[in-house]
Design a protein around this ligand. Structure first.
Ligand code: HXC
Ligand code: NAP
Length: 286
């Protein structure tokens, strides 16, 4: 979508960058000229992804294991990034944990595990990177990945909904507070984009067939990773330099489909609309 050098010279850290959507976004950033740092807990996965990415794009990737729940490990990522690339321009808070469950079946630890990865992890990273940018008087860019149920809420993923709602609030709050330092903070709310990490935990067994996401989306398809990568690349680039505090939804219209009171009328066959029109017109005099 963007010209080849759109991210030339920028260093971008992607948490959870070894798999799924983080990997897709990171690969596109590299294609547009960025230096990339990918982090997550599993060093072997990160090393393999980094090698693949470098081969595919010719770019430079630093792979660092880091549990975002641990502030000291986040500070280590920041220090190693600066040692390798000289500076850091953008933080993409993408790491997450999630699974479906009736809430009453959850242990307190299960609930807080998700809050810790998603909310505390995004807070830890934003705090460490923000402090650095403010101290160095350097502009910065934070991009958070939330979900559409961060604003609607959702049954069966309550810890994730609470945590993503918190990240949404942090996005708007920091945008207002840190704008004066030249730090922009935005978020993307993706709809369904198939990844192994999400599908194994949210649509196990035959749920993927039974709960067919395609049917929930007005565009009648799930998202392609490149479509998300295009939006993310725009938001980390200088082409979006006046966008701050926005939550941009990319879901083919899915959450609105669930929200509009009459959206279910889609189920009415075309041939029935003539008789419905007659009935609604004849109601004029009643
Ligand atoms: C109930 C569960 C559970 C499950 C774990 N727990 N899985 N409870 N149902 N399916 C409980 C455990 O019993 C334990 O509580 C507590 O949660 C912590 O579990 P651990 O396995 O020790 O945690 P950890 O090793 O830190 O692993 C975190 C994880 C795991 C979240 C549980 O799934 C993970 O590593 N996920 C990372 C990747 C991921 O989730 N990707 C999907 C993101 S998708 P007790 O009480 O027994 O100690 C996403 C998309 C949203 O967010 C929208 C899609 C359309
Ligand atoms: P994914 O491949 O499972 O990505 C999650 C990543 O987070 C993994 O790389 C995982 O790596 C990392 N991670 C988990 N716990 C961590 C921790 N404590 N510290 C550091 N890293 C950790 O799933 P995905 O679908 O690509 O999800 C990426 C993002 O998109 C998430 O924020 C998710 O909520 C969001 N999202 C996805 C969808 C979708 O349809 N796929 C929809 C809406 C939002 P390790 O296991 O190696 O740590």
């Amino acid at each position: 979508m963007l010209r080849d050098d759109a991210l030339q010279g920028k260093t971008i850290v992607v948490t959870g960058g070894g798999t799924g959507l983080g990997k897709a976004m990171g690969t596109y950033f590299l294609k547009l000229g960025a230096n990339l740092v990918i982090t997550s807990r599993k060093a072997d996965v990160l090393e393999k992804t980094a090698a693949e990415m470098e081969k595919e794009t010719g770019g430079k990737v630093l792979a660092l294991s880091c549990d975002v729940r641990d502030y000291a490990q986040v500070e280590h990522v920041l220090a190693e990034t600066i040692k390798t690339f000289g500076q850091v321009d953008c933080l993409l808070n993408n790491a997450a944990g999630n699974f479906i469950s009736p809430t009453e079946r959850l242990s307190a630890n299960a609930f807080s595990t998700i809050i810790d990865i998603v909310l505390k992890g995004s807070v830890n990273c934003s705090l460490a990177f923000g402090k650095h940018w403010i101290k160095e008087k350097q502009a910065g860019n934070i991009l958070n990945i939330v979900t559409t149920y961060a604003f609607t809420g959702s049954a069966y993923v309550v810890p994730s909904a609470c945590a993503k709602g918190g990240v949404l609030a942090m996005t708007r709050s920091l945008a207002a507070e840190w704008g004066k330092y030249g730090i922009r903070t935005n978020a993307i709310a993706p709809g369904p984009f198939p990844t192994k990490g999400a599908w194994d935990r949210l649509l196990p067994g035959d749920l993927a067939e039974k709960f067919d996401f395609k049917k929930r989306v007005p565009l009648k398809r799930i998202g392609e990773h490149q479509e998300l990568a295009n939006l993310a690349a725009f938001l980390v680039s200088d082409f979006s330099s006046y966008i701050n505090g926005e939550i941009i939804t990319i879901d083919g219209g899915e959450w609105l489909q669930g929200a509009g009171q009459f959206n279910g009328l889609e189920a009415i066959p075309d041939e029935l609309w003539d008789s419905f029109e007659q009935m609604t017109r004849s109601a004029k005099g009643s």
